[in-house]
Design a protein around this ligand. Structure first.
Ligand code: GMT
Length: 375
């Protein structure tokens, strides 16, 4: 199939999922066209069946806000016509489903029928999309999609609770390519980050409020009082400066490393012992899954789709949002003894293996076939 994938090209989970999906589909012989404003961060190789088309939005002084949706839908129309694209898969409803639907209607005027699949990822529903400013447009564009998928049961449930949805929502969980993790890293440089007697705790996110970064620091603060430990913070976002200040105030600055954004998170996760994800809301928790496949145990909140990924007492522990005492207590239970830590690490890897791309990709191919009925 010739498939256009629309996504955010940045470090967010939805862009990562869209990119990895496109790469895997291309490996299976599909022709993939990524359409977005910048080359996606995890898209390294372009070739015969992986293309990237950049959406340009020229600045014009009259516009206070540049009309990205308009530029995107025009780019979609042109690319579909030029390359004979047969199917449109948009990731993250805002504004991609809206722009995709406009493109679909424009193409229809010219006698070209193209089905559109919308994958809901999380904050497009739980945070941004439900805002009254966006809600009517989000509801409309979900209902106008030919097929709608969500990355977890929890996200499907909250979509149905929040919006007046007439379409069936199919759950297709996020995934990872387990073949990349078959052998241990020979260049896993743990000694660069910590002493032998220290446990390494990691957090990776976009440092937005929803991630509850102060809870990450508080949990670590409690852990390091009991055992030698380092905290590695990966990512960039509005909460980062506050977090740096919090570490300073708590006197733990020397034990916390802020690494910024990284395209090589596996190189960090390979020497991590525990991953912290205390989010306020999380539709799936791809970062936790990526930690688990690297044999990292997880302490998380029990919100949204996280319990579908991190299993209580198996791959780690879950606690109520904001319960930093419980999170720290459970973290210490895992970290204090080598044998217990090893058991959780192995379990985390086993749990994550269930989300291998080879199990998930056929689900997408199946819904693509289904979507063709709407042509
Ligand atoms: O984590 C974020 O805030 C980024 C966001 C995105 O859309 O890029 O992530 C959402 O989609 C990911 C991929 O499906 C999920 O794993 C994340 O749980 C979800 N984030 C939230 O729901 C907060």
């Amino acid at each position: 199939m010739k498939i256009a994938i629309v996504c955010y090209p940045t470090f967010g989970g939805s862009g990562v999922v869209a990119t990895e999906l496109g790469i895997a589909l291309a490996e299976r012989g599909h022709e993939i066209h990524f359409i977005t404003y910048k080359q996606p961060v995890r898209l390294e190789l372009l070739g015969n069946n992986i293309h990237f088309h950049e959406v340009h939005v020229p600045e014009y002084a009259l516009f206070h806000y540049q009309p990205y949706e308009l530029a995107l839908s025009s780019k979609l129309v042109d690319t579909v016509k030029f390359y004979g694209i047969e199917l449109l898969h948009v990731h993250y409803a805002i504004p991609h489903a809206y722009a995709g639907y406009m493109a679909k209607k424009m193409l229809q005027e010219e006698g070209i029928f193209i089905p559109m699949i919308t994958t809901l990822h999380g904050t497009d529903i739980t945070l941004v999309g439900k805002h009254p400013f966006y809600k009517p447009a989000v509801t409309f564009s979900i209902n106008k999609s030919d097929v709608v998928t969500s990355v977890s049961d929890a996200l499907k449930k909250s979509t149905l609770e929040t919006f007046a949805i007439e379409k069936e929502i199919e759950v297709i969980p996020n995934f990872i390519d387990t073949s990349k993790y078959k052998q241990d890293y020979t260049d896993c440089q743990r000694s660069l980050m910590a002493n032998d007697d220290e446990r390494i705790i990691t957090h990776i996110s976009n440092f937005r409020k929803v991630k509850r970064i102060p809870d990450v620091i508080s949990v670590f603060h409690k852990i390091q009082k009991e055992i030698p430990a380092k905290l590695i913070m990966v990512g960039e976002g509005p909460e980062k400066e506050f977090a740096e200040q919090q570490c300073d105030d708590l006197g733990i600055k020397e034990k916390v490393v802020f690494l910024g954004n990284s395209t090589e998170i596996d190189r960090i996760l390979c020497f991590s012992d525990l991953f912290l994800l205390p989010s306020e809301s999380e539709s799936f928790g791809l970062a936790a899954l990526e930690a688990m496949i690297n044999k990292v145990a997880v302490i998380s909140s029990n919100t949204g789709g996280i319990p579908e990924v991190n299993k209580q007492g198996v791959s780690g522990y879950l606690a109520d949002v904001g319960d930093v005492d419980e999170m720290a207590e459970k973290a210490l239970e895992i970290l204090k003894k080598d044998e217990i830590l090893e058991k959780f690490k192995e379990n985390a890897f086993k749990m994550a293996s269930k989300y291998d791309i080879l199990n998930i990709l056929p689900m997408y191919e199946e819904i693509y076939e289904k979507a063709f009925k709407y042509r």
